[in-house]
Design a protein around this ligand. Structure first.
Ligand code: SF4
Ligand code: SF4
Length: 433
């Protein structure tokens, strides 16, 4: 480590940009929007406090110590502070970079690092291996072992995160990637061709969502190309501070999708969409800027895409339900997409939309946050569930697999009756065969 040049006490490799840190003018507008500040009341767990910590490390006034590492990982990366910040400070992204620093300066014990690297560097970049790894989980459900485990309450005796991880597991189906045709043709008058970015968590946990996305796009007049060679978007790697593997995955996906002659690259996963849109910045030192711009301009969330091209509502079946909507942070704060999903929900005949209070407040999922900080995550989730309850809606719609898992689990634990649906599933319900 001693030979590495430092920016203050950051190592040069993947260090935050000092000019970004300096943008914070300490106004505090971000404070009421930050879930971890709201929970703890601690300045260091606020966006302003986190930026101040990074600044102190940058200026050599603070070692990159355990407290800095803790705050980097305790940040939900929900980006609510960025939406609120008049200076455009990106405290969440800054904390992502600090996680990469933690990897260099405060590394995990060897066995933990080995396990993490196996998941990040071997499993996630290899879709075939990832899909095969789900087989034991599917057998666990199919053979009734899950039923026994849940009814015995055995897992309540162990660490909370194991009980929660098991409880969050939805009913698993055959992986969809290999079964989707390369080309799914439009089923109404053709309006264009799109590529579909599946997203590993979405398609492994919620294969039906991916299926409905293709069906809805086909019904709306779009040919859908699903390239089998696509890989993880890199969001989990970014979250864990492994920026090198993120870059490799980004380069692979960029080359693959830019090789297709399509009008747009559509995803139904808010987290993937945000990560794909951030390739422009991630690869700025190794890729041609025109190619990065072109790729960025083609990435569309399903809601963004359908509103841009204009959804055809004639012929849609009525869905006579009261519906509310939870905004995934990586859709509303990271991509600025807030109105489009609501407009789509309201466009479905029969739907009565019920706005919930604090719809854009995080649900407490935030990748592995919900398992690493189970108590904090539960408190954030409870606030969300109260807001859902107050709408008296029959259906809760969202559009990110992490939120979907967390909300589904939370509603079941709270014995609330609302099903959680992805926006594509709701649109799919209205789409005739
Ligand atoms: S991060 Fe932005 S909103 Fe928060 S204190 Fe700094 S300048 Fe103000
Ligand atoms: S990204 Fe979210 S949790 Fe992190 S500092 Fe900003 S508001 Fe707080």
């Amino acid at each position: 480590m001693k030979n590495i040049e430092k920016l203050g006490n950051f190592t040069v490799h993947d260090a935050p940009k000092y000019e970004d840190i300096l943008q914070c003018m300490r106004c505090g507008f971000c404070l009421p929007t930050c879930p971890t500040f709201s929970l703890t009341g601690r300045e260091r767990s606020s966006p302003r406090g986190r930026v101040a910590l990074a600044r102190a490390v940058s200026e050599g006034k603070l070692e990159f110590n355990q407290a800095m590492k803790e705050e980097a990982f305790f940040c939900l990366d929900c980006r609510a502070c960025t939406t609120a910040c008049p200076s455009g400070v990106q405290a969440g992204s800054l904390m992502e970079i600090c996680r990469a620093q933690a990897d260099q300066q405060q590394p995990l014990p060897k066995w933990q690092a080995g396990f993490r690297d196996f998941i990040l560097k071997k499993m996630l970049p290899n879709p075939d291996l990832l899909e095969t790894s789900m087989l034991p989980a599917r057998l666990y459900q199919k053979l009734g072992i899950q039923w026994l485990v849940r009814h015995s309450k055995l897992l309540k005796l162990g660490p909370k995160w194991i009980d929660k991880a098991e409880g969050m597991m939805p009913e698993l189906h055959q992986p969809l990637r290999q079964n989707l045709p390369h080309l799914s043709s439009a089923t109404s008058e053709k309006r264009g061709t799109v590529a579909f970015f599946l997203g590993c968590v979405m398609t492994l946990m919620y294969a039906e969502v991916s299926r409905q996305t293709v069906r809805v796009l086909n019904h709306q007049g779009f040919d859908v190309i699903t390239p089998k060679a696509q890989k993880c978007c890199g969001a989990p790697h970014m979250t864990e501070g492994d920026r090198e593997t993120t870059r490799q995955l980004a380069q692979h996906n960029l080359d693959l999708f830019l090789g297709l002659d399509v009008d747009a690259i559509v995803t139904d996963c808010a987290g993937c969409g945000a990560a794909l849109k951030e390739y422009e910045e991630l690869l700025e030192e190794q890729e041609d800027h025109q190619r990065l711009k072109k790729f960025h301009s083609k990435i569309k969330d399903i809601s963004e895409f359908l509103i841009e091209v204009g959804i055809h509502t004639e012929g849609l079946k009525p869905v006579n339900k009261f519906v509310t909507y939870h905004e995934p942070c990586h859709l509303c704060h990271a991509q600025g997409i807030s109105k489009q999903p609501r407009d789509l929900i309201k466009s479905i005949p029969g739907v009565e939309f019920r706005e919930m209070k604090e719809a854009n407040w995080c649900c407490g999922s935030a990748a592995t946050f919900s398992l690493k900080f189970t108590e904090a995550s539960q408190k954030i989730l409870d606030r969300k569930l109260d807001n859902v309850k107050n709408t008296e809606a029959e259906v809760l719609v969202t559009s990110n697999p992490g939120c979907h898992l967390q909300l589904d689990w939370g509603l079941r634990e709270a014995e609330m009756a609302q099903p959680v649906l992805h926006l594509s599933e709701l649109l799919g319900e209205a789409t005739p065969d």
